[in-house]
Design a binder for this molecule. Structure first.
Ligand code: SAM
Ligand code: SF4
Ligand code: SF4
Length: 338
């Protein structure tokens, strides 16, 4: 039986954050002035164990979830991750198992991820300018490592990789055509995601959002684009192909063209909290229920309650929200992984 929320949206996707730590400090996600050496991340014993994650995943699939995405923080920092992927890929009824990474450790991980049964990879990459890249990783990342990681992933058999790109005005907007040129002619799709006001740490400013329409125009002027019918990914992205047949790009217009109406995602944080929206102010501690030894049926009841009362549509109503709403404490992107 399909589980629907108050706006008739079915529960279809689950994003599982495996860890809240990261080896990067992208200013729009984990600004280094806040996430410094003394910052207290979760203790390891607060992380859901692989056994607990696999149990939750199986329960969710029994309840209708068809797609799992592993994320973080940086998921490749979670030791022995391939053992978890091996478990998850064996869940009957699961149709899609994907992982989002900053790509910096793909050279060492790609073959193991493939062998363990991971279906698809998304790599976050905001620019192919080495200086701008270094700056956008909070001074921690090396562009060559990520590009090398993508090459290893290709060799390991990951065919079409999604490249997630956030464009910030005045930061990397001048480099976006180079990124498009870099991936044209490959099976990979660059997906431009509008910079969002997730969390309270990134000092988000609407003036830094580069609307998809503006990015589209720039790309289309140099490489004419043609819309591919329909949206993909539960309605989140609009996909275009290059008219000369040399691949695709996509746009995720989370700010200028909200898609809450088709949002069918639930998010599970590394410490076992369920969040029904990227902009949620509180989560439900399913991990607590799990650790109290509750039965599968009791956990399903909690999930049903969470999803049935879900009425989130933050992006659709952002501009009409009362003043001060943005300052309310919200979950952070590094806790739920996008
Ligand atoms: N560390 C991994 C990575 O970077 O791919 C996985 C977690 S990261 C939080 C997931 C995605 O969230 C990345 O693609 C990142 O660019 C995106 N992201 C983080 N903060 C964002 C923001 N404020 N607006 C839009 N996307 C954001
Ligand atoms: Fe780390 Fe990903 Fe956040 Fe960047 S976007 S700081 S790589 S979790
Ligand atoms: Fe989904 Fe919330 Fe984003 Fe709307 S604002 S698309 S409900 S995550």
């Amino acid at each position: 039986m399909v589980l629907n929320d108050t706006l008739d949206r079915p529960l279809h996707d689950l994003r599982i954050s495996l860890i809240d730590r990261c080896n990067f400090r992208c200013p729009y996600c984990m600004p280094s002035e806040k996430f410094h050496h003394a910052y207290r991340f979760l203790d390891k014993n607060q992380w859901l164990t692989f056994e607990e994650i696999a149990r939750m995943a199986r329960i969710f699939v029994e309840m209708g979830v068809r797609k799992l995405r592993l994320t973080g923080g940086e998921p490749l920092l979670r030791p022995r991750l391939d053992e978890l992927i091996y478990e998850l890929s064996a869940i009957e009824g699961l149709e899609d198992l994907a992982l989002t990474t900053n790509g910096s450790m793909l050279s060492e991980w790609s073959y193991r991820l493939k062998a363990a049964g991971l279906h698809r990879l998304t790599v976050s990459l905001d620019t192919v300018d080495p200086e701008v890249f270094h700056q956008m990783s909070g001074g921690r990342g090396d562009l060559n490592e990520v590009l090398g990681g993508i090459r290893t992933a290709e060799e390991a058999g990951f065919g079409a990789i999604k490249i997630n790109t956030v464009i910030q005005r005045g930061v990397n907007d001048h480099t976006m055509l180079d990124l498009v040129r870099h991936f044209r002619g490959t099976p990979h799709t660059v997906r431009f995601i509008e910079y969002m006001d997730v969390g309270n740490q990134n000092h988000w400013d609407n003036a830094q959002v580069v609307p998809s329409g503006e990015i589209f125009k720039k790309i289309n002027a140099e490489f004419p684009l043609q819309r591919i019918d329909g949206t993909q990914n539960g309605g989140t992205s609009e996909v275009y192909r290059f008219q000369d047949g040399r691949g695709e790009v996509a746009f995720i217009s989370s700010v200028t063209k909200a898609f809450c109406g088709t949002c069918n995602r639930l998010r599970l944080s590394a410490d076992g909290k369920l969040y029904t929206c990227l902009f949620a102010t509180r989560g439900t501690d399913i991990g607590g229920h799990l650790r109290q030894g509750q039965s599968d049926e009791a956990l399903k009841d909690v999930i049903r309650q969470v999803w049935r009362r879900r009425d989130d549509r933050y992006s659709e109503i952002r501009s009409k929200l009362p003043r001060g709403t943005q300052a309310l404490p919200k979950v952070e992107m590094y806790q739920i992984g996008g």
